[in-house]
Write a protein that binds this ligand. Structure first.
Ligand SMILES: Nc1nc2c(ncn2[C@@H]2O[C@H](COP(=O)(O)OP(=O)(O)OP(=O)(O)O)[C@@H](O)[C@H]2O)c(=O)[nH]1
Ligand SMILES: [Mg+2]
Length: 990
């Protein structure tokens, strides 16, 4: 429970100096002027305010934006201020005169953040349109647009030396850009939720990032490795800031607190109550040189200025001590039946027993040890063994689990006479690829070659061959083992211990409670339990930890830990029914069975009826399936949702109903595709070839600009909405390397060709291994299709010509790329195609989630209304369902003949929110006594209650006292979009 604000004023080490009031909306990001004499704040009331933190009042209000102002940044001289707004613009203000000097327009969505470069020569802006823009403050000229993120860009921050610009995105990554060239030189991956904010330490050595995953992560800017993870917040962390000497780090979260941490030991030193607004933008800023901290307060409507006594904070015992730990991941890979699970078993100190072939994967605890850190603190080091199933059907999926590996045991069957090393080479390559795809500089995994089951007649291959292989693949060591007899198991375990470089792994600072919850969840998983509701797990946890009493306060922390364990791939929270899947590998098993079923369909079209997928009507061995059919049904829904979300499959509506189409599983052949007519470009790339191809084919189908015409094995043809057809053909040159050939029919205009090629090129750059995408243009005569050879084209260009005469018909053939020819025209539809494809994918996955919600009676919202408004309310209900939100609407949920009150009563404890509609008659449903009683119950349970005005309603009615203070969603206005507002109210997600 939040403490009384006056209590905070007496926190040791923090003294409240002023509370600054004046904004009429929640405050977003804030910034101190470089001299520290002024503080600027942005707000959802559309204004920018300047404050005098010394005297404690507002000094000036700078003009108004049409919508929220989200972010402010001072020029290094302190004379100018930049502000970014939801109205898509950036304003530049002369602070002295209080006048706006310039508007920067170019983003086509909300501007989320602005940052002024340390040399004053650039302003960087981030936007929900997915780009970062660099502007010249003097002229207002757009200098550069940085594109790479696959989601909203939420924050930008310059390194103190101005050489690097960091950007954070909803795609969970951080981009590092060279400020000179605008090149992306690194992508940091590690968070498992949207990035919300970034902060550099004053000496530039650490970059802190905050995220929806409830953590703050610290990155070493020399090596770019993740050095620390701060756990303790149990909601989205919205922003962080370093103190001027770099000793303290403050973080602000939706859990209604600001935490202060020692940045060297990562111990929490203070906890400040700060009830938060629903606005995602939030501010927190240390004074540039004095021990003063500015935070928000009173649901972000006011600014609070604190005097900080660093000495007192660093020595105080007020905050609970942190629990420190690190995790290492060891994987067992190799073909099926070579003895991985047998080894896993004995390495995890269980006695040997015969095992069945693994489905998906199995995770064992190898060991957990407490190690002193030297300064009195202890660190728990936990090593997990991931035993990955060797069957070929799982290979596509395992690529996803090979990241962050510390040690890999590549196991092979030493007695096989055919090719004992075939699997070894495959897995070695898969490990390398996963490592390169991550692109971070953590050390590559140590790799041991392990001969297993040697009790069954020794090792059949010569020492020489093993030696050569070890050298060829740069393996670190070789072991001959028998799990059954225990041969060399101790030695192997010891080598694993020795190979883990704990110093290179991120150090996690957490709380004792978090550790207990996580330990409990992992134990539940290891017990073999499959599916459980969050409620059940929570109750079991409370029961096992009898001394923890305050259940209401613990619940959010428990949920946060579910997210943290999920981020490690050990469990998965389903999108419906409040359920946790403790064995997420089951989804892999079902997915791979569905993929196989689609591949084996006799028509060769690589698809299966969605109905069959959801009902489990496809071949899968009984021992792989869940025996509990009700649980299986839910897992099947979740599997379909996963396949659609990851764009491995698409949903196609046919006369016989919807079908799940897997572009990578089409087997129908087309003879004319080895050398297609109209061949125009060939792309070479490296990476998970089939995954990349599948996603590309799905996204093109959903792009809105190209319509799927036909698919064959590794080839697809599309019809452009502007006319003409285009196609692509995939050739897997070798494992991990692909070649995509693009072809067009003569009718396709240059603009269409450009758009098709530009989109594919961008997708490849995003998904293939960095720096492996190569493009080669194929020139041909537009009149008679005679090709120009590469040699001819390059020699001609060397001589300074950009055209050549066709040797057959005499037509002039241009040797220019489309880009060069079309430079003058703005024809890029990339952003539009991406948005359309995202929207289509979201609609399809929402439909799946809705199925899950229906199956589990998981209602999101009760639509409370007067009977007379039913048609309008029903329509809104339909639109909510399109977004995956399940409404409780009496007409659909009531069994005829039963009173609605009793049916609603049964559900009401589980429904999470209520929308209260007022229509033409202007009569609120609360005028019905029984409905009023229901509404009161929602209010007392602290569920969102959202008043909604329908179209045609005469005026805003007065709400009864128990609903006062709620904000209306108004369907009579188009701005802000009422449906978006309603969804936000129901889900809490903007
Ligand atoms: N004799 C002997 N048999 C073993 C040993 N280790 C495993 N086995 C048996 O060999 C068979 C295959 O071993 P697993 O460990 O299940 O094979 P795996 O590599 O996990 O195979 P997948 O799970 O299909 O990828 C099983 O019947 C095991 O019981 C061993 O050290 N000695
Ligand atoms: Mg196994």
């Amino acid at each position: 429970m939040p403490r009384n604000p006056t209590e905070d004023a007496h926190l040791p080490g923090l003294k409240l100096r002023h509370t600054l009031r004046g904004h009429t909306g929640s405050i977003g990001k804030i910034a101190w002027s470089p001299d520290g004499r002024s503080l600027a704040s942005s707000s959802s009331d559309g204004t920018i305010q300047l404050w005098d933190p010394e005297a404690g009042g507002a000094s000036r209000t700078l003009g108004k934006h049409n919508r929220h102002v989200n972010s402010v940044a001072w020029s290094p001289s302190g004379r100018m201020l930049a502000a970014g707004s939801s109205d898509q613009t950036i304003s530049l203000w002369d602070v002295e005169l209080g006048v706006c000097r310039r508007w920067l327009e170019g983003h086509f969505d909300v501007v989320t953040a602005v940052a002024w470069s340390p040399d004053g020569q650039s302003i960087a802006s981030a936007s929900d349109d997915g780009t970062v823009m660099l502007w010249e403050p003097e002229t207002g000229k757009l200098r550069r647009t940085l594109r790479r993120h696959q989601g909203w860009v939420t924050c930008v921050a310059w390194s103190p030396d101005g050489q690097t610009l960091a950007s954070g995105s909803a795609d969970q990554t951080i981009g590092l850009w060279d400020s000179e060239s605008g090149e992306l030189h690194r992508v940091l991956q590690g968070h498992s939720g949207r990035i919300t904010n970034l902060a550099w330490s004053p000496d530039g050595q650490i970059l802190a990032s905050t995220s929806f995953d409830c953590t703050v992560r610290l990155w070493d800017t020399e090596s770019w490795t993740q050095v620390g993870i701060l756990e303790g917040h149990h909601e989205t962390v919205r922003c962080a800031a370093f103190s001027p000497d770099g000793l303290l780090l403050a973080s602000k979260s939706w859990d209604d607190t600001v935490r202060l941490w020692r940045s060297d030991t990562r111990e929490p030193v203070a906890n400040l109550d700060e009830p938060a607004s629903g606005n995602w933008a939030a501010g927190l800023a240390f004074h540039p040189h004095d021990p003063v901290l500015a935070t928000l307060g009173e649901t972000d409507w006011v600014l609070r200025i604190w005097d900080v006594d660093e000495g007192a904070l660093l020595t105080c015992e007020q905050a609970a001590k942190a629990v420190h730990y690190s995790n290492a991941k060891v994987v067992l890979v190799g073909d099926s039946g070579v003895g991985k699970s047998g080894l896993g078993l004995v390495l995890a100190a269980s006695p040997f027993r015969p095992t069945e072939s693994t489905h998906g994967r199995h995770v064992w605890t190898f060991e957990s040890r407490d190690v002193p850190l030297g300064d009195g603190r202890m660190e728990t080091r936990e090593t997990l063994l991931w035993d990955l199933a060797g069957q070929p059907g799982y290979r596509l999926v395992h690529q996803l689990h090979l990241n962050e590996v510390a040690v890999a045991l590549i196991v092979f069957d030493a007695k096989s006479e055919t090719d004992p090393f075939a699997g070894v080479k495959y897995w070695d390559r898969a490990l390398r690829q996963a490592y390169r795809l991550r692109g971070d500089p953590t050390p590559p995994p140590k790799k041991f070659l392990v001969a297993a089951r040697t009790d069954r007649g020794g090792v059949g291959v010569s020492t020489r061959r093993i030696h050569d292989l070890t050298r060829e693949l740069c393996l670190d060591s070789y072991f001959e083992t028998s799990a059954k007899e225990g041969w060399n198991i101790r030695e192997l375990a010891e080598a694993i211990r020795g190979a883990i470089d704990w110093e290179a792994l991120p150090k996690i600072s957490s709380t004792d409670l978090f550790q207990r919850i996580k330990g409990f969840l992992v134990a539940e998983k290891e017990s073999g339990r499959v599916l459980a509701s969050v409620d059940d797990l929570f109750r079991a946890f409370l029961k096992a930890n009898g001394e923890l009493v305050n259940a209401e306060e613990l619940r959010p922390q428990f949920e946060a830990c579910i997210g943290l364990v999920e981020a490690r791939g050990l469990i998965k929270r389903l999108s419906f029914g409040d359920l946790v899947l403790l064995q997420p590998e089951l989804l892999d098993a079902y997915a791979s069975a569905m993929v196989n079923a689609a591949k084996n369909e006799p028509d060769g079209l690589g698809s299966l009826p969605e109905e069959n997928a959801r009902a489990g009507r496809f071949p899968m061995s009984e021992d792989e399936r869940l025996a509990d059919r009700a649980q299986e049904r839910l897992l099947l829904i979740a599997t379909v949702e996963d396949l659609l979300r990851h764009e491995i499959a698409l949903l196609e509506y046919t006369d016989e109903g919807p079908r799940l189409v897997f572009p990578s599983q089409v087997t129908r052949e087309h003879s004319g595709l080895s050398d297609p007519e109209g061949k125009a470009v060939v792309f070479g790339f490296e990476g998970p070839v089939l995954n990349i191809y599948a996603t590309l084919a799905v996204r093109l189908t959903h792009s809105g600009i190209f319509k799927k015409k036909e698919m064959w094995q590794n080839a697809a043809a599309y019809e452009a909405t502007d006319g003409g057809s285009c196609g692509l053909i995939l050739r897997e040159v070798q494992e991990g390397a692909g070649e995509l050939t693009l072809f067009f029919d003569p009718v396709a205009s240059e603009v269409v060709r450009f758009q098709f090629e530009e989109y594919i090129h961008a997708q490849l750059r995003r998904r293939a291994l960095p720096n492996t995408v190569r493009r080669q243009r194929v020139f041909a005569c537009s009149a008679c299709s005679t090709p120009v050879t590469n040699l001819q084209a390059s020699r001609r260009r060397e001589r300074g010509f950009d055209w050549i005469v066709c040797s057959v018909c005499g037509e002039r053939i241009s040797l220019l790329d489309y880009e060069d020819r079309l430079r003058a025209v703005s024809v890029s539809k990339m952003a539009e195609m991406d948005r359309t494809a995202d929207a289509k994918r979201n609609r399809d996955t929402s439909a799946s989630i809705l199925q899950g919600k229906i199956a589990t009676n998981d209602f999101d919202v009760f639509l409370c209304h007067n009977t007379r408004d039913k048609p309008a309310v029903k329509e809104i209900g339909r639109r909510l369902k399109e977004r995956g939100i399940l409404p409780w609407l009496d007409v659909e949920q009531l069994q005829p003949g039963l009173p609605w009150q009793s049916a609603l009563e049964k559900q009401i404890k589980k429904i999470r929110s209520v929308a209260v509609f007022v229509g033409k008659q202007g009569i609120g449903p609360w005028q019905d006594m029984e409905l009023a009683a229901f509404l009161r119950e929602f209010v007392s349970r602290k569920c969102p209650v959202i008043p909604v005005i329908l179209l045609g309603s005469p005026k805003v009615p007065r709400l009864p006292v128990f609903l006062s203070g709620m904000i209306w969603v108004d369907f009579r206005n188009s701005e802000p979009e009422p449906m978006d507002q309603l969804v936000w109210g129901i889900t809490g997600n903007r």
